[in-house]
Ligand binder design. Structure first.
Ligand code: MNI
Length: 482
């Protein structure tokens, strides 16, 4: 399997399998359980330590951490600097691996966490927010995937053949068995979930007081082995999340905890049955559980571009993905972050697709992490670290932090206008900050409306201070300055 800059499947032979799986999952998805009365029904936001709503924009860094023995991504500090200067990211989904956190049962490698912390400092020095992602695909290296250590892989000697496309390795007998033993759904055995939760507690204790670390993505693209759909999400997956949330909260009261749905299904815009997950730090506005699903429309998994009939199918997927994501987020009382979206930018219509996803995220009030920061055909930089045509598309005018309750925001390229509305909230400190790329705002931006803007040419951020006794709603439009 090729894990680095993962190529999508190109053979339509897999379409039948994938469609059958999708139909089976659609039929299996039952009605979600009712939201508890204390769950917020309005839109929730990921907030910073000043209470500002964050619109996070960045890259997944990086796929090659999956396969490198040291479990670290390829980047140096200079690459983080390039990302800040050329791309204008303020967020990173940083991949870490269970195998390198806990190389033998109950023994943690703090040297590894030191090296992760060093990378967190590179980002923190440039004002980024970091989300740590305990990544897995296809369970772990012992069954031809990445993530789990060999000691936590029990495949009962069943075979695993590496399949092309790599996603099919998920359904090899040994891989399914390893997942079943992890989830404890086949027989009583070693409690691997307790190890997983304890490993997270160890990581969270290390980063609880690190101001650059916003939170933790508990498991990348969960897969249920032989238990699928609602039985998996409302059963063993929710149980693992509750156990891990409790373990993290025992050492870290305030960081955001991100949960993902079962990947196959939710990635394609199908329903998730993930239930409400209480946060021990409090309910309603106090809870800091966020929902971080991925977005990979099936026609693109099958190697299609954003064009023709496949393009129409992609548009339908985007609409159902939004509807299902918002439904699940309401049930969870959680803000949304698109933890992954991405594609080979050589595919026809690829750049239009990326613009479309970003506009969708703006309309949903969701942050985005593009997959991925691995130089090559999926990335904003090529193998020589020269910008690809994706870079300017990703570097889009965007609010970063909003000092109140956002109402709406969006970029209109035709009129070169970023519009932004919010309601100031008591107790929220700091400015509203808007990132304005040089491509559209060579001389910075000017604000229309009662508010004043202060342009910082170095960070390319416009700071907007709203009057403390301002109106109920602030509405500004930002246009290129002279
Ligand atoms: O496309 C997937 C994906 C497809 C199918 C399955 N199963 C059959 C369980 C699981 C996942 N994932 C999309 C991307 N996510 C990883 C990293 O998290 C990337 O390498 C994939 O491109």
């Amino acid at each position: 399997m090729r894990l680095r800059v993962t190529p999508r499947a190109t053979r339509w032979a897999t379409a039948a399998t994938a469609t059958a799986l999708a139909v089976a999952l659609l039929m299996a998805a039952g009605p979600p359980s009712a939201a508890p009365a204390h769950t917020a029904t309005g839109h929730r936001w990921i907030t910073d330590d000043q209470g500002r709503a964050l619109v996070l924009t960045g890259l997944n860094t990086a796929s090659n951490a999956k396969s490198r023995p040291d479990g670290l991504p390829w980047i140096t500090e200079a690459d983080v600097g390039r990302e800040a200067d050329e791309l204008g990211s303020d967020f990173v989904r940083l991949l870490i691996q269970w195998r390198t956190v806990e190389p033998s049962p109950g023994r943690y490698d703090d040297g590894y966490l030191d090296r992760v912390a060093e990378r967190v400092r590179w980002y923190g020095a440039r004002g980024f927010h970091v989300m740590l992602d305990l990544h897995q695909d296809v369970y772990g290296p012992a069954v031809k995937g990445n993530g789990a250590p060999a000691w936590a892989t029990e495949s009962d000697g069943l075979p695993v053949a590496a399949r092309d496309p790599w996603e099919l390795t998920y359904v090899e007998p040994g891989t399914v068995r390893a997942f079943d033993h992890f989830w404890g759904t086949r027989r009583a055995g070693r409690d691997l979930r307790a190890h997983y939760a304890a490993a997270w507690a160890h990581v969270a204790a290390r980063f609880a007081d690190d101001p650059a670390v916003l939170g933790y993505d508990l498991m990348n693209e969960p897969f249920g082995g032989s238990v699928q759909g609602p039985a998996f999400e409302a059963g063993p997956l929710a149980a693992l999340y509750r156990q891990t949330i409790a373990a993290v909260r025992a050492v870290d009261h305030d960081s955001w905890i991100f949960v993902e749905p079962e990947a196959v299904s939710a990635n394609w815009g199908l329903p998730s049955a993930l239930p409400y997950l209480p946060d021990p730090r409090g309910s309603g506005e106090r809870a800091r559980i966020a929902y971080a699903p991925h977005l990979y429309p099936l026609p693109m998994d099958l190697g299609g571009g954003y064009t023709g009939d496949a393009g129409k199918w992609v548009d339908r997927t985007l609409a159902s993905w939004r509807e299902q994501t918002e439904k699940t987020a309401r049930r969870l009382g959680a803000p949304v972050l698109i933890g992954e979206y991405g594609l080979d930018i050589a595919l026809p219509g690829a750049l239009r697709y990326v613009e479309k996803v970003r506009a969708l995220a703006d309309a949903m009030g969701a942050g985005t992490a593009y997959w991925s920061n691995d130089p090559g055909s999926w990335a904003p930089w090529d193998q020589s670290l020269r910008p690809t045509p994706l870079l300017p598309v990703l570097d889009r005018p965007e609010p970063r932090a909003i000092a109140g309750d956002p109402v709406a925001y969006g970029w209109d390229e035709a009129s070169r206008t970023l519009s932004l509305r919010w309601r100031p909230q008591a107790g929220v400190r700091g400015d509203t900050e808007v990132h304005l790329p040089a491509r559209f705002f060579p001389e910075g931006g000017v604000v229309t409306g009662a508010e004043r803007g202060r342009w910082d040419p170095n960070s390319r951020v416009l700071h907007i201070t709203s009057p403390p006794d301002g109106p109920g709603e602030v509405s500004v439009r930002i246009r290129p300055g002279a």
